[in-house]
Design a binder for this molecule. Structure first.
Ligand code: FES
Length: 97
């Protein structure tokens, strides 16, 4: 199960392997902020509360944009974080601004 919380809308959906958190949030009607969809604007930044190990490793864009401290704390870019394994994942969209 994938639990996604946007600015005002939260939804739980069946996770889709190979899709990003952002793609699944938008498909579910969650008001998840985004702009570029390619890892540069960071508007899609999110905090992964549960299931970080079910996501693919951070991309080069995430290392560049977020850096090791934020990645260690559990932040990811929604447009880059791809679900790789089934299970429970919870993520909250947390933009800088
Ligand atoms: S939408 Fe711009 S970094 Fe994800």
């Amino acid at each position: 199960m994938l639990n996604l919380k946007g600015r005002t809308v939260a939804r739980s959906v069946e996770e889709r392997l190979g899709s990003t958190l952002l793609e699944q949030a938008l498909a579910a009607g969650v008001d998840w902020s985004f702009n570029c969809s390619r890892g540069t604007c960071a508007r899609c930044r999110c905090f992964v509360q549960e299931g970080a190990d079910l996501l693919e490793e951070p991309t080069d864009a995430e290392w560049d944009r977020l850096g090791p401290d934020e990645l260690d704390e559990g932040y990811r870019l929604g447009c880059q974080a791809v679900v790789k394994k089934p299970g429970d994942i919870s993520a909250v969209n947390r933009t800088y601004f």
